[in-house]
Design a protein around this ligand. Structure first.
Ligand SMILES: Cc1cc2nc3c(=O)[nH]c(=O)nc-3n(C[C@H](O)[C@H](O)[C@H](O)COP(=O)(O)O)c2cc1C
Length: 329
């Protein structure tokens, strides 16, 4: 007779192989998973927090929302419906979700398309082509976000993009002037050939992987604010046909998690359509700019992510921790 006791563990492990490819701020991968009987718990790994840029673990929780939704997508692809209970124990703020294999399911074509996109999704920091997303793909992204209670506003108007570009540039200057911000960013920039399975290679910033340590030194030592601001401004004006603002009804943990779940679906939808994305977070990370972004973009709720969507060149994959490194008993 088959050993049914090990079945959920084997099934969850198979799904986790795909889920851990999720994106996260600075590629910190701030998640742990714990198997308890036949359930899988998602735990926020706050030892991987970014206290300067993300003092309330808001982006950390969004990243965990992405890995959670990737798990559900992998589950459906393998014919299993995953039932998710979010924040099941209010006394344990680190326990973000409890997952259970609820039933067998026949995956729809969309489930398989999103699943297939997981290993190909990338953050692309270069300029994008001029062409905009099709109306069909824009609508799909907006609809997916809505399913999690998240409003996704897509902005193509050039005047509006210019005003948002100014906000991003202002945020870049403020953040890079802070040595603590630079030190925190630099500490997560290292070569892919190093021993850690996290962080960002210099390649993400347009330099060879072998120069990652020099890149980290430069980031830590110099205020690159003006250069980064100018580059972001140019990228938005000339290489970002579509800006995207995700906003949520409240600025609380469950809505951060939901934003991450929405982000997962949106990024995989873009990848499936041959498109890509990158992040322009300073106006969300700095409270004084967040209010202005909300007004500019006309968001009903609180902005959680500001991004660029479009078509860009192919980019090398970033490194990830293996399932054995994130699955605790
Ligand atoms: C919540 C969140 C915030 C992020 N913020 C930024 C950012 O401000 N700037 C940036 O260049 N990338 C940002 N990223 C992208 C990560 O750096 C990227 O996902 C990670 O390095 C892994 O690379 P990949 O997305 O190509 O797999 C963010 C990702 C997430 C999920």
């Amino acid at each position: 007779m088959a050993n049914t006791a090990s079945e959920p563990e084997d099934q969850f492990r198979r799904m986790l192989n795909h889920a851990v490819l999720a994106p996260s701020g600075h590629n910190t991968q701030p998640w742990l998973f714990r198997l308890v009987m036949d359930q899988l718990e998602l735990i926020a790994d706050r030892t991987r927090a970014l206290p300067v840029v993300d003092p309330y673990d808001r982006e950390l929780t969004i990243s965990c929302g992405v890995v959670l939704d990737h798990l559900v997508i992998a589950g459906r692809h393998y014919g299993k419906e995953i039932e998710v209970e979010v924040t099941p124990d209010l006394k344990d703020a680190d326990l973000l979700a409890r997952c259970r294999i609820a039933s067998d399911v026949t995956p729809a074509a969309t489930d398989n398309a999103l699943f297939k996109a997981i290993p190909y999704r990338r953050t692309t920091r270069t300029k994008f082509e001029k062409r905009e997303l099709s109306g069909y793909n824009s609508d799909r992204c907006i609809e997916f976000a809505k399913q999690f209670g998240v409003e996704l506003r897509l902005i193509t108007d050039s005047t509006m993009r210019r005003r948002i570009a100014e906000l991003v540039a202002e945020g870049d200057r403020i953040q890079f002037a802070d040595p603590r911000f630079r030190r925190e960013l630099a500490s997560w920039v290292h070569s892919r050939r190093g021993s850690s399975h996290d962080g960002m290679s210099g390649e993400g910033f347009g330099m060879p992987d072998a120069l990652s340590s020099i890149g980290a030194l430069v980031i830590r030592t110099f205020d690159l604010g003006n250069g980064v601001a100018a580059s972001d401004q140019e990228k938005i004006l000339e290489g970002s046909p579509t800006l995207a603002v995700f906003s949520s009804p409240s600025d609380t943990l469950p809505h951060w998690l939901a934003t991450g779940q929405a982000l997962s679906k949106v990024l995989l939808t873009l990848t499936d359509a041959g498109a890509t994305a990158s992040y322009l977070n300073p106006p969300v990370e700095l409270e004084q700019l967040r209010i202005r972004l909300r007004e500019l973009a006309g968001c009903k709720g609180t902005p959680q992510l500001l991004m660029r969507f479009g078509y860009g060149p192919s980019v090398a994959p970033t490194i990830r921790r293996e399932v054995n490194e994130v699955l605790i008993s």
